[in-house]
Write a new protein. Structure first.
Length: 91
């Protein structure tokens, strides 16, 4: 059962450590257990461990720069040159 009235500040680090060490790692999960979804998104992991990926829409300038870099690499390769070391050289 979910308890939304739980005050997070009522547990200190020592109490949480005692509870973690006293817990049985092989105990089965409660069938009524509700997975923790952080801020409402079902990630399966808490936000402090691995935050959710956030999609950011890029502007037109970013797209132009990316396509210019890609076109540059294609053009360099089309002329048979190499940029593996970071400098343009004959392949």
């Amino acid at each position: 059962m979910r308890d939304d009235n739980l005050d997070v500040d009522e547990f200190d680090q020592d109490e949480l450590t005692r509870q973690a060490l006293a817990a049985d790692p092989h105990a089965p999960l409660n069938p009524d257990a509700i997975p923790w979804h952080g801020a409402g998104w079902p990630t399966g992991l808490p936000d402090w461990y691995m935050p959710r990926a956030i999609a950011v829409q890029r502007g037109r300038t970013t797209k132009v720069v990316v396509w210019t870099v890609i076109a540059g690499f294609v053009l360099i390769n089309a002329f048979g040159l190499c940029v593996t070391s970071g400098f343009i050289s004959v392949a």
